[in-house]
Ligand binder design. Structure first.
Ligand SMILES: Nc1ncnc2c1ncn2[C@@H]1O[C@H](COP(=O)(O)OP(=O)(O)OP(=O)(O)O)[C@@H](O)[C@H]1O
Ligand SMILES: [Mg+2]
Length: 324
């Protein structure tokens, strides 16, 4: 039996060099992803979600950033040591990424058709004509009206939701095995958000793509993900399947996030802000558990030693000495 994971991240450490010192944005995280799984990554601003997502495509800006330890195995092969030219071939074809703000990822001076054709031709042997046909089909699939005409339009002629759907279509146009979506709906209206998420789910099923979804919206996680990683201060503090996480969160931080849901819904732009206290500065991390200062279950031990991420039962891994 072949039980090789599609993606396996092992003990990944990513540092940024800043004028105040080195910052560990990601500090020894491990996780894996199976075929057609949807893995959510959630956590407060600055906890390392985007850095984690970018690392999977080796898109960490370097300098100042650097993967200083660990492995990212894609179908069993480590991409950490891959060259930039190998990565150019890899991105879009094996793992694709969509970002929060589609306007920054689409080039304003080219028509969306030209941009889609470029992506397709970069990774296939399609002729210009074939690539255009494929692009039109993709637009049809995401239900852009009049695709033959709209393919010649520029990004600014489209609505935000349409641009984001085009980004998704582009990201999936070469049939990657993994789609990494970093806050794909945060910049959009609530009504459009649901459409875009539905689009991702639909294409995911059609193409059998695995998805890594970075979001601060636990509602989106509940609706779309199969498994969830909760990050805090560069670490994974809890990992569980989605129903276990929502029904019986074990880490005090996860509990805090879940009780903050209604407030997120009211003020959608605020990013999980409602747990008392603040996240420690990555430059001056406490000894012991990073969540200790905000934790309602903290005991002396927590300030002396850092809790490792451990299996607590069949379904959950938690980095806490005194979980729920
Ligand atoms: N270009 C950079 N230069 C220096 N430090 C950086 C850089 N990018 C990220 N970092 C550091 O990495 C940490 C994690 O950043 P990251 O963008 O991954 O957070 P995030 O979880 O995606 O937050 P948000 O929810 O706001 O998008 C930041 O707090 C910052 O200290
Ligand atoms: Mg981010």
């Amino acid at each position: 039996m072949n039980n090789q994971k599609l993606l396996e991240v092992q003990d990944l450490v990513i540092e940024f060099t800043t004028d105040k010192g080195k910052v560990r944005a990601v500090d020894g995280i491990s996780f894996s992803l199976n075929n057609s799984e949807t893995l959510g990554i959630v956590g407060e601003s600055g906890c390392g979600k985007t850095v984690t997502a970018l690392s999977l495509l080796k898109l960490i800006p370097s300098p100042p950033g650097k993967i200083i330890q660990g492995h990212i195995l894609y179908q069993g092969k480590d991409i950490v040591s891959k060259s930039e030219s190998a990565m150019r071939h890899f991105r879009g074809k094996e793992i694709s990424m969509i970002f929060q703000e589609p306007m920054t990822s689409l080039n304003p001076v080219f028509t969306i058709g030209n941009q889609m054709i470029d992506v397709i031709r970069q990774h296939t042997h399609a002729s210009k004509k074939e690539a255009k046909e494929r692009a039109i089909k993709m637009l049809e699939r995401i239900r852009i009206p009049n695709p033959e005409r709209r393919i010649d339009e520029y990004p600014h002629q489209m609505s935000g939701g349409m641009r984001q759907r085009i980004m998704i279509a582009m990201a999936l146009s070469c049939n990657p095995k993994i789609l990494v979506a970093d806050e794909p709906t945060t910049a959009l209206d609530v009504t459009v958000q649901a459409q875009v998420m539905a689009q991702i789910s639909e294409l995911q099923k059609k193409f059998n793509t695995a998805v890594i979804l970075v979001t601060h919206d636990l509602g989106v996680i509940a609706e779309t993900c199969t498994n969830v990683l909760v990050m805090y201060c560069g670490k994974i503090v809890e990992r569980a399947d989605v129903s276990t996480l929502f029904e019986s969160p074990r880490h005090p931080y996860t509990r805090g996030l879940l009780t903050s849901i209604p407030r997120i819904r009211e003020k959608k732009l605020e990013k999980l802000p409602t747990i008392e206290g603040t996240v420690p500065d990555l430059l001056h991390l406490p000894v012991g558990c990073r969540y200790a200062d905000r934790c309602e279950r903290v005991r002396d031990h927590c300030r002396l030693e850092e809790p490792p991420l451990e299996k607590k039962d069949d379904k959950t891994e938690v980095a806490c000495f005194y979980p729920y």
